[in-house]
Design a protein around this ligand. Structure first.
Ligand SMILES: [Zn+2]
Length: 84
């Protein structure tokens, strides 16, 4: 038997929480990830979020709202851009 060469995160909920933390749209400079924490305190954008401890349904609502708002803004900009 060989020893695992690396520690792998295989818990799907943990993976989803990390994905939402890293890619919910805030600047990486504002993310706190030391000591296994997954937090964002960009209170001008949303309430303080704890991606390790907040219920998934609460995080989903915030992340979806942020992503839909960004998509709508990008669509509006694209429609306002004159075509050549
Ligand atoms: Zn954030």
């Amino acid at each position: 038997m060989s020893e695992p060469s690396e520690t792998r995160v295989t818990d799907p909920e943990r993976l989803l929480r990390e994905e939402w933390w890293a890619n919910h749209g805030c600047s990486p400079a504002g993310l706190y990830g030391d000591d296994g924490e997954l937090q964002c305190n960009a209170t001008t954008v949303h309430r303080p979020l704890d991606f390790r401890r907040d219920p998934l349904t609460d995080l989903y609502a915030v992340v979806q709202q942020l992503r839909l708002a960004r998509a709508a803004a990008a669509w509006t900009r694209a429609c306002e851009t004159p075509t050549r």
